[in-house]
Every structure is written in structure tokens, then in C-alpha cells.
Write a protein that binds this ligand. Structure first.
Ligand code: MEV
Length: 284
């Protein structure tokens, strides 16, 4: 059985969403496909290598299988992963592979979980690997579309986005870094989160110019909580000089930056579009 799930772009609200604030997120038109085949052993084949269950090389896949086995005992499975989503880049490759794996397992082994059940297990997998998380990534990979999270309000995002890929980084480490800063400067960081919350809520009602202004403000606040860097700031100001507004998306520290695509895109960028469909079964 083959299942696929989309990646995502957090438009506003990364990090503050971990502490209960709102975020605006869209699924994107890049997908991860996972094929599950009954087998007598556990085998994972992906661009990261060929392994058995392996919590170092394939943490999300391995925890997804482990969590599935708690619900339905299986003796083995072969999982083949093909993904269009760049790894460790803030575009949701980890949750897309988790959600697609759970859907493929669920159908291959006649367990037929609902999307709500898939989301609940994918959230546990995220916590297994990262220790902390809002659930926004598994949510959007499961359900697709554009949403104000966590209140699950569907919104219409009519822009396409340019994305520039920086370098790989660990979501877990970036989330821990923000947690430490918050512990040390509780009131200050909480007020930054409140400001980001207001941005996420205002954005869906904003036209293109105002949306870009919010991109600029949110990026400054991400910088304030320590998830940007001198190199990233410099890149963003160069883009601003060339007429683009851009911000980090996802955990930061690298990953990707994005802005609204207005018919002209910066050198080295690619275009992503909001995607309506979440996890689905694919024809083999
Ligand atoms: C990661 O894509 C988004 C973060 O806000 C973490 C989370 O919400 O779980 C950094």
C-alpha cells in the first residue's frame, strides 16, 4: 500500500505555537510517499539508507512503526520512502514521512485508522523524537489545507511562496534553545510570543502589502528569540534591498526562508503552492 502526505510551511507562529499561541500554517505541494509491504522482517529503505528499525538513522519512521505495533501486532514490514520535501529544512519532511507511514501501515494491515487517529499517533511520534512540540506539523500533514492552529480554523491563503533552502538543522535543538531562553527571561519571551500570536491572527485578513509587513515583523521577533543568525539576517536584508520580504519558516537556525511570490523570485529560490489535500492513498 502506498500513502503520501504533504509538507508544510509555517507562515507565522513557529515556536510561540509550542506555548499555546496561534500559528498560521499551510500544507504545500511537495509530498512524501511511503510504500508499506507485509514482510517477515522490519526493513526501511529511504534516501538516508537501508536499515531495520533504527531510531538513529530513521527516528520518525521507527517510532511510527513502534507506535503502530502497540495498536496492531505485526511481525515485519518493508517501508520504501520517496520524498520531494527537503530533509531537516523546516518544510515538514519529518511529519510527512510519519503521517504517510501510519496511513500506509494502517491500510496494508487492514486497520483503517481515521485521520484523527493518525494525527494523534503522529503527535506522539513527534514527542518521542523531539521531546517537545505543538503538533502543528503532524496536524497539517494529516489534514492538508491552510489553518489557524491550534483552534483548527480553516483559512484561505491565495498566495504562492518563494522558498530559499539554507542548511539542515535539528528542530529538537532549536526548540530546546527557545525553551532555555524562555526559562531565563520568562516575561520578556512570553510578550514576544503574544506579539507573534497577534501577527498569526491578523495575517489571514491581510492584503499582500500588510502580509509582507507581518513577515518582516515576525522575522524580527524570531531574531529576538535567537533562532535567526547573523548570516540569515544578512541574507534577509539583501533580499529586502532587492524588494523582497522574507522570514524563516519552521524551527529556524537554518532550514528555509520564504516570502510571497509576486511573479519574480530571488535567485536560488523555488516556488511552493498551498495544497488542499492531506494524507491520501496513492495508486501503486
Ligand atoms: C517546527 O516546524 C515548528 C516549531 O514551532 C515546533 C513545533 O511547533 O512543534 C518550531
Amino acid at each position: 500500500m502506498i500513502a503520501s502526505a504533504p509538507g508544510k510551511i509555517i507562515l507565522f507562529g513557529e515556536h510561540s505555537v509550542v506555548y499555546g499561541r496561534h500559528a498560521l500554517v499551510s500544507a504545500i505541494n511537495l509530498r512524501c510517499r511511503v510504500e508499506a509491504k507485509k514482510s517477515r522482517e522490519f526493513r526501511i529503505i529511504s534516501p538516508l539508507g537501508v536499515t531495520s528499525l533504527d531510531f538513529k538513522t530513521h527516528p520518525y519512521l521507527s517510532f511510527a512503526v513502534k507506535r503502530f505495533c502497540e495498536l496492531k501486532k505485526i511481525d515485519g514490514v518493508e517501508l520504501i520512502v520517496k520524498s520531494e520535501i527537503p530533509i531537516a529544512s523546516g518544510l515538514g519532511s519529518s511529519s510527512a514521512v510519519t503521517v504517510a507511514t501510519l496511513k500506509a501501515l494502517s491500510e496494508e494491515f487492514d486497520f483503517h485508522m481515521s485521520n484523527e487517529e493518525i494525527f494523534e499517533i503522529a503527535k506522539k511520534v513527534e514527542l518521542d523524537v523531539q521531546g517537545r512540540g505543538s503538533g502543528i506539523d503532524p496536524f497539517i500533514s494529516t489534514f492538508g489545507g491552510s489553518w489557524i492552529f491550534p483552534e483548527r480554523r480553516r483559512v484561505d491563503i491565495s498566495f504562492d511562496f518563494f522558498v530559499i533552502r539554507l542548511w539542515e538543522r535539528s528542530t529538537k535543538l532549536m526548540v530546546e534553545k527557545v525553551a532555555k531562553l524562555r526559562e531565563k527571561n520568562f516575561e520578556i519571551v512570553e510578550s514576544i510570543f503574544d506579539a507573534i500570536d497577534a501577527i498569526a491572527l491578523k495575517a489571514p485578513e491581510s492584503g499582500i502589502e500588510d502580509f509582507e509587513e507581518l513577515i518582516h515583523i515576525n522575522q524580527s521577533l524570531l531574531r529576538a528569540i535567537g533562532v535567526s543568525s547573523a548570516e540569515i539576517d544578512e541574507m534577509i536584508s539583501k533580499l529586502e534591498k532587492a524588494g523582497f520580504k522574507a522570514k524563516l519558516t519552521g524551527a529556524g537556525g537554518g532550514g528555509c526562508i520564504f516570502g510571497i511570490y509576486r511573479g519574480k523570485r530571488p535567485e536560488g529560490s523555488f516556488i511552493v503552492k498551498p495544497e488542499r489535500e492531506g494524507v491520501r492513498i496513492e495508486d501503486s
